[in-house]
Design a protein around this ligand. Structure first.
Ligand SMILES: NC(=O)c1ccc[n+]([C@@H]2O[C@H](COP(=O)([O-])OP(=O)(O)OC[C@H]3O[C@@H](n4cnc5c(N)ncnc54)[C@H](OP(=O)(O)O)[C@@H]3O)[C@@H](O)[C@H]2O)c1
Length: 214
């Protein structure tokens, strides 16, 4: 399967490397392809770089890894026609431009509406699945937590899209917890606030969530 990654920051690059490691063909989308020259060299023939529109055209499955405040603009540049019907793994978090307060990030959304719901409403024919949003980029691909597999919380409106996402997340070393419809992103997105607190307060960034069940 061909993967189009809309976003070229640490998340876009980490996931691109992960998909390549697992044998997928990948294109990373950016407004400035030249800045990915080093990544392209290391990625080899399975890694490509393109505009957001080229990446959306290339990808049979899309990953959204844009800055939260720019997520809508990124999808606009990608083009609705090229996103229609496709699964979009949405790694974004709605982090506001205001600085964190005592280690607590500020979001530009409320607990009554998540960023993913806004994106799903704006692109109703795309099939968004929240994924990869509540763990640091260094732990997105087969993270090593000894015996423990971390949990990846997902949600979205389309069961088949979540099944597709689940297969990828299993390959990437996660236990998958499906929390239901797009509304569940109201709970999943703020997990990134929690995940970042030990980092912002004490420079501790090496952890992941696990849902314990009895
Ligand atoms: N960092 C983490 O460990 C982590 C973990 C989980 C989730 N997340 C979430 O994943 C997303 C990506 O995070 P990141 O740290 O890799 O990088 P980021 O700095 O949040 O985002 C970088 C991407 O956003 C795009 N972008 C920025 N402003 C834009 C604009 N005005 N119009 C269009 N595109 C724009 C950039 O495009 P260009 O390539 O053209 O510059 C770039 O591809 C964020 O939503 C973040 O909250 C991050």
């Amino acid at each position: 399967m061909k993967i189009g990654i809309l976003g070229s920051g640490v998340v876009g690059q980490a996931l691109a490397n992960g998909f390549i490691k697992h044998g997928y063909d990948v294109m990373v989308g950016t407004r400035s392809p030249a800045k990915l020259a080093d990544w392209k060299k290391k990625a080899g023939e399975k890694g490509r770089v393109g505009s957001f529109a080229e990446t959306a055209a290339f990808g049979e499955l899309i990953v959204l890894a844009a800055k939260g405040t720019a997520a809508k603009e990124t999808l606009k540049l990608a083009g609705a026609d090229l996103l229609n019907g496709k699964v979009i793994l949405d790694a974004t978090n709605p982090i506001a431009d205001a600085p964190p307060e005592k280690g607590v990030l500020k979001y530009f959304t409320s607990l009554d509406q998540s960023l993913m719901e806004q994106l799903q409403a704006a692109y109703p024919k795309a099939r968004f699945v929240k994924a990869f949003s509540c763990i640091g980029s260094a732990f997105m691909v087969n993270p090593d937590f000894g015996e423990m597999k971390p949990t990846m919380f997902i949600c979205g409106i389309d069961p088949a899209a979540k099944k597709e996402a689940g297969k990828i997340l299993t390959q990437f070393g996660f236990e998958v917890e499906d929390l239901g419809g797009a509304e569940a992103a109201r709970a999943i997105e703020p997990l990134a606030i929690l995940w970042c607190i030990p980092g912002l307060l004490r420079n501790e960034w090496s952890h992941a969530f696990k849902l314990l069940k009895s």
